[in-house]
Design a protein around this ligand. Structure first.
Ligand SMILES: *[C@@H]1O[C@H](CO)[C@@H](O)[C@H](O)[C@H]1NC(C)=O
Ligand SMILES: *[C@@H]1O[C@H](CO)[C@@H](O)[C@H](O)[C@H]1NC(C)=O
Ligand SMILES: *[C@@H]1O[C@H](CO)[C@@H](O)[C@H](O)[C@H]1NC(C)=O
Ligand SMILES: *[C@@H]1O[C@H](CO)[C@@H](O)[C@H](O)[C@H]1NC(C)=O
Length: 179
């Protein structure tokens, strides 16, 4: 189950100690549909289906939040990405992901635009817009994936983030018990 954060839709809400999570567990979750689209594209080429890791999905959401709603630095000449240290320092703790289970990120795709589009279109028209992205998608080293889709404050801009990992399914990005 990938993580989806978009206030336009009504979400199940819960808080855990000092931080707050918004988690949707619905089948029409755009992040899940995005994962389905990319897995279809992989399996059509006889590549493995990637495991949709919920811990990695939450980290993809944190990855988006690190942009603080600034669409202009996603891609293009001024492209920025969060510091690697943030995975261990903020993303994992915010998600309740056990630090020792953080695994290698083997690929990432991030896009942002002001218009919301269906997940299948976001996949083909936004995330897969060049051959480099297709190469990232079809990398044989990936074993799992986490995706997140957000609209800042319930509206534009819309961020799409897909993180790939070569971690093993039962021992990577493991969610610990919340206290
Ligand atoms: C995979 O996605 C790319 C980019 O959208 C598309 O060009 C290609 O036709 C897709 N491949 C399959 C087998 O669906
Ligand atoms: C897959 O992983 C191996 C070992 O880490 C690395 O040498 C290789 O370049 C990777 N392949 C791709 C397509 O990234
Ligand atoms: C994942 O990839 C990294 C870097 O390519 C490599 O060092 C590591 O051994 C790989 N892990 C697994 C579980 O394949
Ligand atoms: C993880 O899964 C593998 C293969 O499915 C299994 O061999 C291994 O014992 C499992 N590890 C844990 C810690 O559950």
């Amino acid at each position: 189950m990938a993580t989806f954060f978009l206030l336009l839709f009504s979400l199940l809400f819960f808080s855990a100690s000092a931080h707050i999570h918004y988690v949707a567990r619905v089948t029409d979750n755009p992040a899940d549909q995005l994962v389905a689209a990319l897995n279809d594209n992989r399996t059509a080429k006889k590549e493995s289906t990637l495991y949709d890791n919920p811990g990695l999905g939450c980290i993809a959401l944190q990855y988006i939040k690190a942009y603080q709603g600034d669409c202009s630095v996603v891609g293009g000449d001024d492209a920025k990405k969060p510091f690697e240290s943030q995975f261990a320092d903020t993303f994992a703790p915010n998600c309740g992901v056990i630090a020792s289970t953080l695994s290698q990120i083997t690929g990432r795709l991030v896009a942002c635009q002001s218009k919301y589009v269906e997940p299948s279109k976001a996949f083909s028209e936004i995330l897969m817009k060049d051959s480099k992205s297709l190469e990232i998608l079809h990398n044989k080293n990936h074993t799992e994936v986490g995706a997140a889709v957000t609209g800042t404050d319930g509206g534009a801009p819309y961020f799409w983030c897909v993180l790939f990992s070569n971690g093993t399914r039962n021992s990577s990005f493991t969610l610990g018990r919340r206290s």
